[in-house]
Design a protein around this ligand. Sequence first.
Ligand SMILES: Cc1cc2nc3c(=O)[nH]c(=O)nc-3n(C[C@H](O)[C@H](O)[C@H](O)COP(=O)(O)OP(=O)(O)OC[C@H]3O[C@@H](n4cnc5c(N)ncnc54)[C@H](O)[C@@H]3O)c2cc1C
Length: 300
Amino acid sequence: MTEDAIIIGGGFAGLSAALQLARARRRITVLDTGEPRNRFAARSHGFLAQDGRPGRDILAEARRQLYAYDTVTFRDAPAERLDGERDGFSVVTGDGGRIEGRRVLLATGFEDRLPDIPGLAERWGRTVLHCPYCHGYEVGGGPVGVLARTAEAARFAAVVADWGDVTLFTNMVPEPDEEALAVLAARKVRLRPGRVTAIADGPDGMLSVETGPGIPTLVKALFVMPEARVRSDIPAERGLKLKETPVGSILATDDTGQTSLPGLYAAGDIALGAANISLASANGVKTAVFLHHSLIWPSH
Ligand SMILES: Cc1cc2nc3c(=O)[nH]c(=O)nc-3n(C[C@H](O)[C@H](O)[C@H](O)COP(=O)(O)OP(=O)(O)OC[C@H]3O[C@@H](n4cnc5c(N)ncnc54)[C@H](O)[C@@H]3O)c2cc1C
């Protein structure tokens, strides 16, 4: 049996898309490996009516509601390869299967590549954070750090100053230009030059940020914008067009969410770049509606 759509990735975008297609009584299969990007954080914030709820609980509830639709199939397996084209796609799965579908929606999310600094990775999602809107309020003010990875860090640090007293660790990234320095000064952001060599536990639950010999800086949390990579080999294997963003390469899509391969759509972080649960979910909904229309109108 050929599915109307195969959704690769059952995170916030993928399940939001699945719900729209299920409600249109379309046959879909959702493939998922159960590793949403925010799995490192105990709680999720900023998603309307779900503020503070663990992200995995939101996804479990979404799945539970989707089980009520009898045209939806879940398969907890990775999509390993995508063959074929519009109206005749075929997805090879990691459990040795093959699923046929008229359309495919990629919603595999990002994998974050953190700077290689001892002590950073094990604190990811707890005291090393990427998004002040998601977790900044809970830090509760006081000294916080921003770790530079690219020149974008100056802009980021000026924004983070609404959540605490910021030290910007320039970490050998070129120093901010004059305009940025003026904004940083107005926002009372301090600059700490030098390479960050380690992150360790400090006194009273603080983080100790070490920049070579000398006194480490104590902060309550350290913000960093890591490089994000699309979690799938399919874009490279199918030669999909990419788009550069400050966080890394994402999939180029048109206004309907369609990638450069007709019939293959993309939604969520991998189509948006810097995003969050609300934006990924909304994008999943929008893309699913256009995908649905394309099943009806040959020219869509
Ligand atoms: C530490 C951290 C904390 C965050 N906290 C918040 C927060 O509090 N609030 C907020 O709004 N945003 C938060 N975010 C951002 C949020 O996690 C993302 O914006 C959101 O998860 C994007 O949704 P998505 O559906 O695009 O991808 P994801 O939610 O990452 O889902 C992708 C799914 O696809 C699956 N998958 C990947 N490859 C395959 C494959 N080949 N085959 C099958 N399945 C596959 C994955 O296992 C995963 O289940 C946080 C991010 C991080 C890193």
